[in-house]
Design a binder for this molecule. Structure first.
Ligand SMILES: *Cc1c(COP(=O)(O)O)cnc(C)c1O
Length: 370
């Protein structure tokens, strides 16, 4: 398995991401072998082998490896670990740092991550500092004496962007830098090549791309502390948050088309960001200039809810990164931070025709005015 992994990642260093998305994580080219890594539903394996020993279904699976090798190749990493969900991957990181560590997290980030960090603070003595990730100086001040800086960029749901190279260059070597790369995907941002130690994905979102699977992935660079990687893998084994074999298959299948999906969605997002900025009901468009996520601030919660109620194509749903365009007024969740404006609507642009997406939005906005 190790050989396959080396081949997938190291064997074709000049291939572009679009090619790696298609070509990595394949079975060996043996006559009559399946082209795709088949699903291997196995809770246990026959004993006696001395090489490539998996042993038990919680320790490994050929389908996980194919997925991990592909994401590691896309991120320019050397090793990846797949988990049952993005949150399971996040929990493995917190389990892998010292219980009394100090960590820095974004003031706006995926709510589950903030909740998890708070649980570790209360139960295990973690110290948690929050910071505006767009303010590099503030990030670096907060990182003083910290073991881990956790950056989500672009951040959920405010679309704040961090200056990753500046942060990575100025952080002390002993401080780990984790980047949640869920929104940008490895096609638009490769944090490991910019100095991060760990990349986290909710593969539930863009990598999977079809709103039908939960999965999470951690990716490590060749310089990442091997003991940290071993502790994260041990957390997967001992906490048991392993990906389902069907989910691993679906996510890898989704990755095959990620570059074309993202190209289409990003082109549409750019058009829509411009159109929305011109609408009188929209106070502010938050679009970082790349990717297919954006947010708009409407004047208040009521007009945002009216707007959402008038849509016929866009789906009102949480989550993001699917082929379907979805959107959500974030403050509908009582747990969302009060610093997120009540009228902020987060939007995930899918791959439908941009004209249909635009006319649905503009019609719904016009109706919401009256
Ligand atoms: C969804 C999400 C997560 C959590 O992932 P799950 O797969 O839902 O557990 C973490 N970070 C970001 C940015 C997300 O969007």
């Amino acid at each position: 398995m190790q050989n396959d992994r080396d081949q997938a990642i190291g064997g074709h260093p000049n291939w572009k991401p679009e090619t790696l998305a298609v070509a990595a994580g394949r079975p060996d080219r043996v006559p009559d072998a399946p082209l795709n890594q088949p699903i291997v539903p196995a809770s246990t394996y026959i004993g006696g082998s001395t090489t490539d020993l998996v042993g038990y279904g919680r320790y490994g699976n050929a389908g996980w490896s194919a997925l991990e090798d592909t994401v590691a190749a896309l991120e320019g990493g050397s090793r990846a670990l797949a988990f049952a969900s993005g949150m399971a991957a996040a929990a493995a990181v917190l389990a892998a740092v010292p219980a009394d560590a100090t960590i820095v997290i974004p003031e706006h980030c995926y709510l589950g991550v903030a909740g998890l960090a708070d649980e570790y603070r209360q139960r295990h003595g973690l110290t948690v500092r929050t910071v505006d990730i767009a303010d590099t100086a503030a990030v670096l001040r907060a990182a003083d004496g910290a073991e881990l800086v956790w950056i989500e960029t672009p951040a959920n749901p405010t679309m704040d962007v961090a200056d990753l190279p500046a942060i990575a260059a100025a952080l002390p070597a002993e401080c780990l830098l984790l980047v949640d790369n869920t929104f940008a995907t490895p096609l638009l941002q490769q944090p490991l090549t910019q100095g991060a130690d760990i990349v986290l994905h909710s593969a539930t979102k863009f990598l999977s791309g079809h709103s039908d699977a939960l999965c999470g992935i951690l990716v490590f660079g060749s310089d990442t502390d091997a003991e940290l990687v071993a502790r994260a893998e041990s957390a997967r084994k001992l906490h048991g948050a392993t990906p389902g074999v069907l989910e691993a298959y679906l996510v890898l299948r989704g990755i095959r088309t990620l570059p074309v999906r993202l190209r289409q969605a990003e082109a549409s997002a750019k058009v829509l960001a411009g159109l929305l900025a011109d609408h009188p009901l929209v106070d502010r468009v938050r679009y970082p200039g790349f990717g297919s996520m954006l947010a708009i601030d409407l004047t208040d919660a009521e007009s945002a809810d009216r707007f959402i109620g008038n849509l016929r194509l866009w789906v009102h749903a949480t989550s993001l990164g699917g082929v379907e365009s979805t959107l959500e007024r974030r403050r509908r969740w009582p747990s969302e931070l009060p610093s997120v404006p009540p009228g902020l609507v987060r939007m995930s642009v899918g791959v439908e025709h941009v004209d249909d997406l635009a006319s649905d939005l503009l019609t719904a906005l016009d109706l919401a005015r009256s």
